[in-house]
Write a protein that binds this ligand. Structure first.
Ligand code: GDP
Ligand code: MN
Length: 379
């Protein structure tokens, strides 16, 4: 889950990290009022969107007076950056930059720990630095049991600074950033750039944090900042109904019970040259209302041309599932071809019930995949 820079900076401030006080604004008038309130002669007006590279896209502008603040805010509000509409800007006193650095913490599966990344080539696109000049990035794995003791924070500080004046500031800064990263179950905490000002002090002038969705239940303060995209909203609604749904962009809508079977179904579709529209695990039970809900979710994706239902009847018997499907499809209007494959307890009885209706009935997984892909090509 992503948050905006101004929100990440609030977390930064609450952990004692050096950030300038900022005001978030939704209109040019609010930006002007913020300028007056901050009382700094020069401010930066910054687009607040869930993507980086705002500077390059023209979403970060300096302003030296009231008129400029209004102009820049007018220009940035309503702008689109990488498909994200700017509906908020941050107004913040400008910092006097001498040099820019990069620091972040991420979860590293390879070392099974947090990984600290540092670079003296800050302010730039870090992916480009990693690709073209990987030697400019220092990586320090952080043992979760040891955390960030002073010696490790000092080692990290010396990777960026030669002068003790900055090293002394960097040590607590890194320790606090690490603590924030761990305590909020973040998957990323990044400062790019961390700057050294002309008077030698360190400051975070950008802040980026993403959070592990699976840990949001224990961070209501983070979850409160959730601004889902249309796709994320759908996934969230599905979760609340007890489904697990992920949009995949293809045209074969899949309704499957069990995550493993759902993944195998995607594989089968791909194997026959088709494209799944989604991953959808409806869990157990043959309850028609649940099937109707799942179908509605599936059909809300306008790219779906074929529906493939692949159900394994274990505890839930296939004839019950068939009955549930029949009832469900009496409640929803659908012109699309529907392929059904039932397997497991009472599968023959289940198939018998479905015969003579508008369904395409497959016996094996293979047949179901082939049928669905063929129908999707002809649709
Ligand atoms: P991003 O492009 O989305 O990563 O946005 P940043 O917040 O990193 O800003 C982009 C660039 O704008 C920075 O690398 C700086 O060079 C510049 N910038 C941002 N804030 C300030 C500031 O307070 N003063 C000055 N002089 N430049 C700034
Ligand atoms: Mn940045």
């Amino acid at each position: 889950m992503k948050v905006h820079e101004y929100q990440a900076k609030e977390f930064f401030a609450s952990y004692g990290l050096p950030v300038n006080p900022s005001v978030v604004c939704r209109t040019p008038e609010e930006a002007v009022a913020a300028y007056e309130k901050l009382g700094a002669p020069t401010v930066v007006v910054k687009a607040q969107v869930h993507t980086g590279g705002r500077g390059k896209a023209g979403g970060v502008k300096l302003a030296h007076n009231e008129r400029e603040v209004r102009e820049k805010a007018e220009a940035i509000l309503g702008m689109e950056i990488k498909g994200f509409l700017v509906d908020r800007v941050m107004v913040v006193p400008a910092a006097d930059i001498e040099s820019e650095y990069y620091v972040s913490f991420v979860i590293d599966r390879k070392s099974k720990s947090s990984l600290m990344m540092l670079s003296r080539a800050g302010g730039m696109d870090i992916e480009a630095v990693a690709k073209e000049t990987p030697e400019k990035i220092v990586k320090i794995p952080v043992d979760p049991l040891l955390g960030m003791p002073d010696y490790l924070a000092r080692e990290a500080a010396f990777a960026l600074f030669d002068d003790m004046a900055q090293v002394k500031q960097a040590v607590p800064l890194f320790q606090r950033l690490y603590r924030l990263f761990v305590e909020k179950d973040a998957s990323l905490a990044e400062i790019n750039p961390l700057i050294k000002t002309k008077d030698g002090s360190l400051k975070a002038i950008d802040a980026k944090m993403t959070f592990d969705e699976n840990a949001l239940y224990r961070h209501p303060d983070v979850f409160a900042l959730f601004e889902p995209t249309a796709d994320e909203r759908k996934e969230q609604e599905a979760k609340e109904k007890g489904f697990s749904y992920v949009n995949l962009g293809g045209d074969i809508g899949c309704m499957v019970n069990g995550a493993g079977l759902a993944m195998a179904t995607m594989d089968m579709i791909k194997f026959y040259g088709g494209n799944p529209a989604n991953f959808l695990d409806i869990g157990g039970s043959s309850n028609p209302t649940k099937i109707v809900e799942a179908m509605k979710l599936l059909l809300s994706d306008k790219h779906v041309k074929v529906v493939l239902i692949n159900i394994f009847g274990g505890i839930t018997r296939c004839d019950d599932v068939a009955q549930g499907l029949i009832e469900a499809f009496q409640l929803i209007d659908i012109d699309l071809p529907i392929v059904i494959r039932l397997t497991g307890t009472n599968e023959r009885e289940g198939r018998e019930l479905l015969k003579g209706r508008k369904f395409h009935i497959a016996t094996t997984m293979d047949e179901a995949g082939r049928m669905a892909v063929e129908l999707s090509k002809n649709a």
